[in-house]
Design a protein around this ligand. Structure first.
Ligand SMILES: C[S@@+](CC[C@H](N)C(=O)[O-])C[C@H]1O[C@@H](n2cnc3c(N)ncnc32)[C@H](O)[C@@H]1O
Length: 486
């Protein structure tokens, strides 16, 4: 339909509705199947494949169809105005998470809490809080059980008592959110906009530092440091003469005070444990881990090792595997205290080792069965990503595999390696790709990293002397790219 074409695409509307209705029927059948199975065998376990491949595909079709329908039926100005203001909803969610509203409501039970009670607990003025809550309720987060009285629903309920998941919501509402304010200025600045250097992003502008995100996170600060607070937004990016990094200790404070990791780093680590909620279990089922046998899995840049790795151990799905978690010095120090407190036997029995390692150096573990990289490649531009893979390749044996767990992006026209959505949906399932695009832009703002298409992965993997064996599509936003030495 050209811009001047006023005829309505009736046939397209009906085609999409038909795809939607078929997908919804598939989901309903899967749910019926599960509920009869559950009544015979008890409720499904977290590690079980509770969402089947059929249901997962159908959900993507529903999202793609709903997005297409919205674009067809909404008047275009209304569509764009709504998009341009959607940041307000992200902000409302952030406020609710910051004040732990879901936990407050959980304590009140099904009857919920009146806005006046919520206002007393959160310190936010009652009528304003009520508007924040209602905006979220209209987006199906929380429910209004009586006028001005709110309770959790099946969506907000997942925030209850889950500190890692709440941390994930909070990190997105803090530095990431503020960095997005600086992106327009960075992109139109000739020097910064053309750069893929991790020290030349909107993040530096937002925080007032010359350091890359990860160097900043690895800084030690005085114990009294209250953490980052937003700087006033500037219209023009700061150039090479940037202000002194905030939060960097002065010589006097460094001499007199205990130095600790940044408060933001602890929140970031917690959030990395929460980011995979709801989908992480599928990375255990959708790759044939049994073929790894009793080998060693090296979690390269594993943070504090609370992701897939802890699932392996806690649920004992593959108890015969042993794990080496590698990261930079201060991350490993934090990992030691977490594992020492929560899973001391895993360390004592040698099932898990925590090792300081810079992944721009040759990997010290030679010939491991698996080198696992979750959310690592997307943090880096191509040159750095190739360097990281090359340093691993130097230590691999012919049996070793690199498993890259990252988003595999797709264009709206599709590509050979990824199954396209049925027409007239966008080939990449449109709205179902929403998370991938949000992550991609977030990486642009924070680290000059990127999400990659299969062709883009092939290029960097090939340049590191590796070849893709298979891209394992998983029931979640990440795929597992299996690579071996060429
Ligand atoms: C996005 S996090 C991913 C953490 C973990 N893989 C996960 O999925 O939860 C990126 C990790 O890379 C680590 N990292 C950054 N630069 C590094 C380097 N040069 N050597 C080793 N690790 C590094 C960070 O400390 C951080 O833990």
């Amino acid at each position: 339909m050209s811009a001047a074409d006023t005829s309505k695409p009736v046939a397209q509307l009906r085609e999409i509705l038909s795809l939607l209705s078929t997908a919804v029927e598939k989901i309903a059948s899967e749910w019926e199947l599960h509920s009869s199975h559950d009544s015979h065998h008890g409720s499904r376990e977290a590690t079980d494949s509770s969402v089947s491949h059929t249901e997962y595909d159908a959900v993507n079709t529903v999202l793609a169809a709903v997005g297409s329908l919205e674009s067809l039926v909404l008047e275009p100005h209304v569509h764009l105005i709504s998009m341009s203001m959607s940041y307000t909803i992200a902000r409302a969610l952030h406020i609710a998470a910051e004040h732990n509203v879901a936990d407050l409501l959980a304590r009140a039970g099904e009857e919920g809490l009146h806005a006046a009670d919520l206002a007393r607990s959160t310190g936010i003025e009652e009528k304003k809080l009520c508007r924040i809550m209602r905006s979220l309720t209209s987006h199906h987060v929380f429910q209004e059980v009586e006028e001005d009285c709110f309770a959790n629903n099946h969506v907000s309920g997942v925030l209850v008592g889950d500190a890692p998941f709440r941390a994930h919501v909070l990190t997105k509402g803090q530095i990431h959110y503020t960095a997005s304010d600086f992106l327009p200025g960075v992109l139109s600045n000739l020097a910064l906009g053309q750069s893929y250097d991790p020290t030349k992003t909107a993040f530096q502008q937002a925080v007032g530092t010359k350091l890359s995100l990860f160097d900043w996170m690895h800084q030690q600060v005085p114990a009294s440091d209250p953490g980052w607070r937003p700087l006033p937004a500037r219209n023009h990016p700061v150039d090479a003469g940037a202000p002194e990094p905030s939060g960097v200790p002065s010589r006097t404070s460094a001499l007199s005070e205990e130095m600790v990791p940044r408060p933001e780093t602890a929140l970031f680590n917690l959030s990395m444990a929460g980011i995979g909620r709801g989908t992480e279990q599928y990375y255990m089922h959708d790759f044939p881990w049994k073929t790894v046998g009793s080998g060693t899995v090296v979690d390269v840049g594993g943070g504090i090792g609370k992701s897939l790795i802890s699932n392996f151990l806690l649920h004992s799905v593959y108890p015969e595997l042993s794990l080496v978690i590698q990261d930079r010095k201060f991350m490993i120090q934090q990992a030691r205290s977490v594992w020492g407190m929560k899973y001391p036997s895993a360390i004592l029995e040698g099932k898990v080792s925590l090792v300081t390692h810079d992944f721009f150096e040759t990997n010290p573990v030679r010939g491991a069965e698996v080198y696992w990289l979750r959310y690592i490649m997307h943090d880096w531009s191509d040159n750095e990503a190739i360097a990281i893979l090359s340093r691993i390749a130097e230590s691999m044996s012919p049996q070793s595999r690199v498993l890259i767990a990252d988003i595999v992006a797709n264009t709206t026209l599709g590509c050979d390696e990824i199954r396209s959505a049925p027409k007239p949906l966008l080939a990449n399932y449109g709205r179902a790709m929403g998370f991938a695009h949000m992550m991609d832009l977030s990486m642009m703002m924070m680290v000059n990293g990127r999400e990659r298409t299969p062709a883009e992965f092939r290029r960097i993997i090939g340049a590191a002397g590796l070849a893709i064996v298979k891209i394992w599509g998983c029931r979640g936003p990440l795929s597992i790219i299996e690579c071996r030495l060429v």
